[in-house]
Design a protein around this ligand. Structure first.
Ligand code: B12
Length: 249
């Protein structure tokens, strides 16, 4: 078992000591950051501080040093956002601070995106991706899109706050085989089910395989609403899309 002192970055050690209270979250984050190499801890720390300029610099530097883009995304950016999420939940920080962190995440993603999106192969299948109505969270959706593109999918990004009609119009316009929906709020999760119902009413449900995801979404919830698959992160989004593309043809 790792110890707090195994984490090289002093700011990260301090964040865990000062802001994390739940024993399982303390243990999980100590394990995580003790495993992560110092350069990635520095990126996570800059993201937690909402320093977009530093995240920009450190990401660029890490790529120049030959660190893999996927490692930077998982161990630097997503790991840092994990701590931000906990602090936000505990009301230790508020929307403006989280927005600064989201901006910092974007600064890093600007470098990662072209690398992960550049597969250079013929599209495996076309995917529509949108965050559902009432929901403005798009970081996770955008990571999924990046990974899908990098794995050879053509992706149409429908953005955030996507209404049922917008999903229906997009299915009709783009003739995509897969539809992905993202939701981060327990209050907007039901809009996934409402969208599926609207698709049935519009007679387009069978035109697409539907995958869903987002932090509060579960396999059980996905099954209950009649989705074809659930993915817990961007990597599983890709394997799920591959599986659904295979089932569609
Ligand atoms: C960043 C953030 C914001 C930013 C969003 C910026 C942006 N451009 O996205 C801002 C500040 C705008 C924001 C606003 C709000 N937020 Co907010 N936010 C977060 C935070 C801290 C991080 C979310 C995130 O980006 N995570 C990192 C990404 C990488 O993870 P992810 O989104 O889960 O995505 C991964 C997987 O889920 C999966 N995935 C995602 N989508 C899909 C889709 C498919 C098809 C598949 C297969 C997989 C998949 O793959 C992704 C990559 O690995 C979370 C806390 C948390 N722990 O989630 C709260 C959180 C989601 N927010 C919350 C709340 C309450 C709000 C507000 C209501 C706050 C307010 N009082 O105004 C508003 C709502 C605005 C709205 N209408 O949407 C709550 C939700 C509580 C709940 N149970 O509903 C959370 C959980 C914080 C908390 N614990 O209180 N937020």
């Amino acid at each position: 078992m790792a110890e707090l002192s195994d984490i090289a970055n002093e700011f990260i050690r301090q964040e865990i000591k000062e802001f994390l209270e739940r024993p399982e979250e303390i243990a999980r984050n100590i394990e995580l950051f003790a495993r992560i190499r110092p350069a990635m801890q520095d990126i996570a720390a800059a993201l937690i501080e909402g320093e977009d300029g530093d995240v920009d610099q450190l990401t660029k530097q890490a790529l120049e040093e030959g660190i893999d883009a996927l490692e930077i995304m998982d161990d630097g950016l997503i790991a840092g956002m994990g701590i931000v999420g906990i602090k936000f939940r505990e009301a230790l920080i508020f929307v403006p601070e989280v927005l600064a962190c989201a901006r910092a995440m974007k600064a890093g993603m600007n470098y990662i995106e072209p690398i992960l999106s550049d597969s250079g192969v013929e599209p495996v299948a076309k995917v529509l991706m949108g965050t559902v109505k009432g929901d403005l969270h798009d970081i996770g959706k955008n990571l999924c899109i990046m990974m899908l593109r990098g794995s050879g999918f053509e992706v149409v990004d429908l953005g955030v706050d996507t209404s049922e009609d917008e999903f229906i119009d997009a299915i009709e316009e783009h003739r995509a085989g897969i539809l992905g929906m993202s939701a981060l709020l327990t209050t907007t999760m039901p809009n996934m089910a409402k969208t599926i119902e609207a698709l049935i009413d519009a007679d387009v449900r069978d035109d697409v395989m539907i995958m869903v995801g987002g932090a509060p979404v579960t396999q059980e919830f996905a099954d209950d609403m009649g989705a074809d698959g659930y993915g817990k992160d961007a990597l599983s989004c890709v394997s799920l899309a591959k599986k659904l593309a295979g089932e569609k043809v």
